[in-house]
Design a protein around this ligand. Structure first.
Ligand code: MN3
Length: 198
């Protein structure tokens, strides 16, 4: 056994026209796959048999350097795919909507702050909605860094590495983030993450 590339939770063309099949072909089939292959190549001895999500999170908690970077990127990408779905986006509802309003004032204020974090992350990285203790917060991380390493629970993420949007949006990261919120976010997944964290 070793870590395996998880299937996308939808067809490669399912997020069109917002994210193209070509983007998912490269982003999942090449980039995400390379992190899995690199991680397996770096793990030695008994660690080379590790394969589960719990194993992956243990590695992320303790590892540094190349092992951390690749393990975290495997986790980040699997999480990111689940943060999107065909026909997603727009405003959340129910308890999640209330939690977001309580934390940020309104959905629009949340969207503004999340977009700001995603657009201002310098270079490669991620923007997040996290649960930190009892509070919902928006954060951004560089490269492979992720909430798990900071004692926070990830609820939502957007990948702002250029490979996530360059084929479809070229240099227009703000347009990609706006489209992510308007048309792609799987709020049911975010709500399930919040429920599991409470
Ligand atoms: Mn990526």
């Amino acid at each position: 056994m070793a870590f395996a590339l998880p299937d996308l939770p939808y067809a490669k063309d399912a997020l069109e026209p917002h994210l193209s099949a070509e983007t998912l072909e490269y982003h999942h089939g090449k980039h995400h796959n390379a992190y899995v292959t690199n991680l397996n190549g770096l793990l030695q001895g008994p660690d080379a048999e590790l394969s589960t999500q719990e194993d992956l999170e243990r590695i992320i908690s303790s590892a540094e350097g190349g092992v951390f970077n690749n393990a975290a990127q495997v986790w980040n990408h699997s999480f990111y795919w689940s943060c999107m779905k065909p026909g997603g986006g727009g405003q959340p509802s129910g308890g999640l909507a209330k939690a977001i309003e309580a934390a940020f004032g309104s959905y629009d204020d949340f969207a503004k702050e999340f977009t700001q974090a995603a657009v201002t992350q310098f270079g490669s990285g991620w923007a997040w909605l996290v649960k930190d203790g009892d509070a919902l917060k928006i954060t951004k991380t560089g490269n492979a860094d992720l909430p798990l390493k900071h004692g926070q629970t990830a609820l939502l993420t957007v990948d702002v590495w250029e490979h996530a949007y360059y084929i479809d949006y070229r240099n227009l990261r703000p347009k990609y983030v706006e489209t992510f919120l308007s048309n792609l976010v799987a709020w049911d997944f975010v709500a399930a993450n919040l429920a599991a964290a409470q």
